[in-house]
Write a new protein. Structure first.
Length: 133
């Protein structure tokens, strides 16, 4: 590779260098010029303007993790649906059948989750973990 190839990247590297120097300089100036008087209010975690209540070390219900996993699972399905929808007219019947088969593969998982009550948030008690009865 020639020197001209790397010469194209000099402005980008210069910009990154200036950004790092500016950010570091601002942090250093803030540290040197700022007052250091920590109070209880300043050390408390900020929760969008809502005063914090309770301890931060409480356990979350398994439902939240289950919902996160189910969301990721079906979110990936939607990621496959978007490109298909863009080229749907070009694919014609082949594309329709292909996506129908894909949805039929995902449907049993959705039905299984529905039957086990994963989407039912009104239940309470120890059987609550993941819809097991």
């Amino acid at each position: 590779m020639s020197y001209g190839y790397f010469q194209n990247y000099i402005p980008i590297l210069l910009l990154l260098g200036v950004l790092v120097l500016m950010a570091g300089g601002m942090l250093l100036l803030s540290y040197l010029l700022g007052t250091h008087r920590p109070t209880r209010a300043k050390l408390a975690p900020y929760e969008c303007g809502v005063p914090p209540t309770g301890d931060a070390r409480h356990r979350f219900s398994v439902k939240f993790y289950l919902v996160a996993m189910v969301f990721i699972l079906f979110d990936v399905e939607i990621v496959f649906l978007y490109p298909w929808a863009v080229v749907f007219h070009q694919l014609r019947m082949f594309g329709f059948i292909e996506m129908l088969l894909f949805l039929l593969l995902v449907l049993p998982g959705f039905i299984y989750l529905w039957k086990n009550g994963v989407f039912n948030w009104s239940r309470t008690g120890p059987e609550d973990a993941g819809g097991q009865r």
